[in-house]
Design a protein around this ligand. Structure first.
Ligand code: URP
Ligand code: ZN
Ligand code: ZN
Ligand code: ZN
Length: 468
């Protein structure tokens, strides 16, 4: 026997504790943790470094079919490469239902995009835009049994927006089948009405993106999603929460014992309306939905992570290039807030941003950081303990961090296929120096593996009965 790799004398940290130890890997799995472990065929000296479970990014958009002509910058190669270089070892992107086709066909199409390309392991959420009787009654139950246990719905966006009854049907299904509904909570009727009002007033610059979807739009939809889940007796997960007002609704529900889960993202912790007011196309770099708000909301969201109201911090990586005709400008060159594709890149910067501003500045403990970015997403989506921890027998998906490494974020040094980062020029302390996926070095002190296709599909377990 013997170990393939021993990581020596690092500070191991999980969602529960931190301690100095050696960690040994055999056959792609964590084989032992302890002091003075026998030598491995390969060794890494992690003295002074942090040894963390690899990040689980439970919300990212990769190579979905184009939406109104806008195409994601990243395929599974570039997205998984960027993820790995930022310490993430599992991604959960979305297989988007193509209308009027069997759901399984959309899913098979999406599997073809990932297979042979991903550097890291992946699971899929579904996006449901047509919850017909056969989707709810037959297609979803059989897909849930095959490991697709989470799906997202939208309360906004033309072509996606669902009214309350179909959402209730889906919530009821998730309750019966041990699945989880993720909700994009913005009131699409309000956004539509506000958009027309802003257009009539000639307020169409990119800053109007924030004014078209103010916090009340998110607060109302958040409250409604919670009420629908309560009525259906189901769990619900509010994704990409941007505002203090939406967070208040989530707290209110959690305080009443309702099984309400919530996610926020770096763009809501670091960006704001001021970025949407930047001149010219510069502002397009920050257009995403819900819109980034600013420092006061961000402060509330940080407290929400620290206090456990948010279980998850995901990237919502949704990269559209600024150049060319297929990304941000798919609808033309006009600086009109309605015509810029929505979404920001962030799959590589998620963990370093949160580490620096959270752990580095004392807003979060290291345990809270690991929980929100790795352990909780793995648990919630049925991948734990295989992913999301440092369990003996679990996959050796590990990020070794140098907590003192100083980095200035430059798009030119990131690894996605977008052509900008909204965090350009930010100075951080702490970055993963080695990333292991099932024991293999896929990111090693500045060099990224080219073993595309080594990443495997992960079926997700069903969830247990709802509890808050
Ligand atoms: O603007 C965003 N977030 N685009 C991605 C799609 C979504 O709603 O998550
Ligand atoms: Zn969304
Ligand atoms: Zn998203
Ligand atoms: Zn990029």
């Amino acid at each position: 026997t013997g170990y393939d790799l021993v990581i020596r004398s690092g500070t191991l940290a999980t969602a529960g504790e931190s301690f100095v130890a050696d960690l040994a890997i055999a056959g792609g799995r964590i084989a032992a943790i302890g002091e003075n472990l026998p030598p491995g065929r390969d060794e890494i000296d992690a003295c002074g470094l942090l040894v963390l479970p690899g990040g689980v990014d439970a919300h990212c958009h990769v190579d979905e079919p184009p939406y109104a002509g806008a195409r994601h910058a990243d395929d599974f190669r570039s997205a998984s490469r960027a993820a790995a270089c930022g310490g993430t070892t599992t991604i959960l992107p979305f297989a988007n239902q193509v209308p009027d086709r069997p759901l399984r066909q959309s899913l098979e199409d999406y599997h073809r995009r990932a297979e042979g390309r991903s550097l890291i392991d992946y699971a899929f959420h579904l996006i449901i835009r047509q919850p017909t009787a056969s989707v709810v009654g037959q297609e979803l139950p059989s897909l849930i049994a095959e490991g697709y246990t989470s799906f997202k719905v939208f309360m906004t966006y033309p072509g996606y927006m669902l009214e309350d009854e179909p959402i209730l049907e889906l919530l009821d299904l998730t309750r019966r089948e041990g699945a989880l509904l993720m909700v994009h909570a913005e009131n699409g009727h309000c956004v539509h009405w506000m958009t027309e009002r802003l257009e009539r007033a000639g307020d169409v610059g990119l800053g109007a993106h924030g004014r078209a979807a103010p916090p009340a739009v998110e607060r109302e939809a958040t409250h409604r999603a919670i009420a629908l889940a309560e009525v259906a007796g189901a769990r619900v997960l509010l994704v990409h929460v941007s505002s203090a007002q939406a967070l208040e609704q989530i707290r209110w529900a959690q305080d009443r014992g309702l099984p309400v889960l919530a996610e926020t993202c770096p763009q809501y912790l670091f960006l704001g309306q001021a970025d949407l007011e930047r001149p010219g196309w510069e502002a397009a770099k920050f257009i995403c939905s819900p819109p980034p708000r600013g420092p006061q909301d961000a402060d509330a969201l940080w407290r929400g992570i620290a206090q456990g109201a948010f279980q998850l911090v995901s990237s919502d990586h949704c990269a559209y290039r600024l150049d060319g005709r297929e990304g941000k400008r798919a609808h033309g060159d006009e600086l009109h807030f309605r015509k810029v594709a929505n979404g920001v890149p962030g799959i590589e910067t998620r963990l370093p941003l949160l580490f620096h501003e959270g752990v580095g500045k004392g807003r979060l403990t290291l345990q809270q950081f690991v929980a929100a970015t790795s352990t909780n997403p793995a648990r919630i989506y049925g991948l734990y303990p295989r992913k999301g921890g440092l369990a003996i027998g679990g996959d050796a998906d590990i990020a070794i961090w140098d907590p003192a490494k100083r980095v200035t974020i430059r798009h030119a040094e990131l690894h996605d296929a977008c052509d900008y980062t909204p965090y350009e020029g930010r100075e951080l302390e702490g970055w993963p120096v080695v990333t292991l996926s099932r024991g293999e070095r896929i990111w090693d002190r500045g060099r990224v593996s080219e073993a595309y296709g080594r990443g495997r599909f992960l079926p997700c377990d069903r969830l247990g009965p709802p509890s808050s």
